[in-house]
Design a protein around this ligand. Sequence first.
Ligand code: DGY
Length: 320
Amino acid sequence: MSRKIIAYNFVLTEALEQLDDRFEVDFFEGIDPKTDLAFLKALQEAEGIVGLALPVDKALLDRAPNLKIVANNSTGYNNLSIEEMTKRGVMGTHTPGVLEDTTADAIFGILLAAARRIPELDHFVKAGNWKQHLTIEQYAVDVHHKTLGIIGMGKIGSTIAKRGHFGFDMKILYHNRTRNPETEEKYHASYCDLDTLLKESDFVCLMTPLTPETENLIGEREFKLMKKSCIFVNGSRGKTVDERALIEALRNKEIHGAALDVYQTEPVRADHPLLQFANVVTTPHIGSSTYETELKMAKLAVENLHAGLTGKRPKNLINP
Ligand code: DGY
């Protein structure tokens, strides 16, 4: 009898070729995992799940008596209740080490786009409004030689620091749970407390994972501490920011603008207030979404899944 696997949300099929014909894969895309009957039926038999952002909580685990492993096709794993999984002997894995450059490119890209007003001016040209030299109101702000404050100096944060330091001569400040001596040395990054970072940075870039400690880390108080000229960039998870406070900060011109790749609810609604500001650049959670990197991530996720289902320790096991 074949062993059942669920592939959830657009796992590249090339990556699944690593699985031999003992395994049978059911694909589920764009469904509601709480109510989709075919998914709930597959869950009964599934030994493994590979996929993106499936909420694996007590309710899902109760419906998955044969589950041994959930291989996340992402580096973030805030969708997994690791404690609950561990209690039931279900492994969780993720995909660090293959997406840092790609994600740093995307996050630095939206930072540049917000500072230089690229989407707004692209629209201006395409709408046929470029009839004379730019007016002073259309001028942007510089990125080079400014201060970049990075909250969450893990692998992706460090890769952003590298771009800021070498590419744009920026001064790098950072705040993290622990000091990162390698990044301090390589990219001349200075560690500081959160409030100092918020007060002194021209760009505040949030890259921390979502945990109970970082939920709503940036709210009204934090936006008030930022410079009026600050551009706030979120490349972590939407729930690390109090969106209502961000909207208020933008309305009251407490900050200059924002660049967002992540939102409290994804996909974000088209009528969401944050999408109505010209000085907010938005992308649909594209951090790692290039073909090359998505393939590396999917291959690593499937490698982890395969290891877990064949009695080996997965390379990127999260459980303690
Ligand atoms: C990650 O890998 O965590 C990216 O944000 C995609 O979810």
